[in-house]
Design a protein around this ligand. Structure first.
Ligand SMILES: [Ca+2]
Ligand SMILES: [Ca+2]
Length: 234
């Protein structure tokens, strides 16, 4: 039991000692590796992040959200203040906006904890929705809706307490007044035509095998040791 506690302590230590990495999603970003028009590839600290775009349905009452990557040619566009999304179906603005609900799709090559995002072009009551592929089937699920952000033109939002761990995430927005279900700072509806650009993402690399999954392997290892030592005695 002592060893298991020790193992847990080591794992906790390695998570807390991981340093935060930031990727700037701007046209002049030094993290930008390539941009083929439908996706942008960024790299920093040995982690590669691919940013693409999609639209999503936003069903009233139930809150169901279905993301379709690349729908109507949805694509990210990097500007110097940040990345927006445009598409070919009557796009509201070249920001990430909710006229047709748009989502920036972030795909990492390693497991990370998304710890924050910097938004630009923010105005009063702008909100965002968070998506994550929680069961690793390649399809995003919406996990938070209408989260608020500071009412500054440049607004950083800390995600640390949301525990967003995975490889595939989405940050998007919708703009219908009936979507008043879940907010980070009290009840707010996104009836103010939410629209913003994404300027920076902060994340930390985390061990690929979560501790609960690693424990059975560790126990199997202990059992193996026991068997070996009994054999030696015999
Ligand atoms: Ca747009
Ligand atoms: Ca999924």
């Amino acid at each position: 039991m002592k060893s298991i506690i020790g193992l847990a302590a080591v794992a906790a230590l390695s998570i807390s000692s991981a340093h935060a990495t930031t990727i700037y999603t701007t046209s002049g970003s030094s993290d930008l590796v390539s941009n083929n028009g439908s996706s942008q590839v960024y790299e920093d600290d040995g982690v590669t992040m691919t940013l693409s775009a999609g639209l999503f349905t936003d069903t009233p009452v139930t809150g169901d959200a279905v993301v379709t990557p690349g729908q109507y040619g949805a694509r990210p566009i990097a500007y110097s203040p940040g990345t927006g999304i445009t598409h070919n179906q009557n796009d509201g603005q070249h920001l990430v906006d909710g006229y047709f609900p748009e989502v920036a799709i972030l795909s990492f090559d390693k497991t990370v904890q998304l710890t924050g995002a910097l938004f630009t072009y923010v105005d009063t009551y702008d909100t965002f929705d968070l998506f994550i592929d929680s069961n690793n089937d390649g399809i995003l699920e919406r996990v938070f809706e209408n989260l608020s952000m500071p009412n500054n033109s440049t607004a950083f939002v800390d995600f640390l307490s949301l525990n967003l761990v995975g490889k595939l995430f989405g940050i998007g927005t919708s703009s219908y007044s009936y979507n008043c279900r879940m907010t980070m700072h009290g009840q707010k509806c996104d009836s103010y035509s939410s629209a913003w650009k994404l300027k920076k993402l902060a994340f930390e690399e985390v061990p690929d095998v979560p501790l609960p999954a690693a424990l059975p392997l560790f126990m199997a290892g202990l059992a193996g040791f026991g068997f070996a030592s009994r054999k030696k005695q015999a």
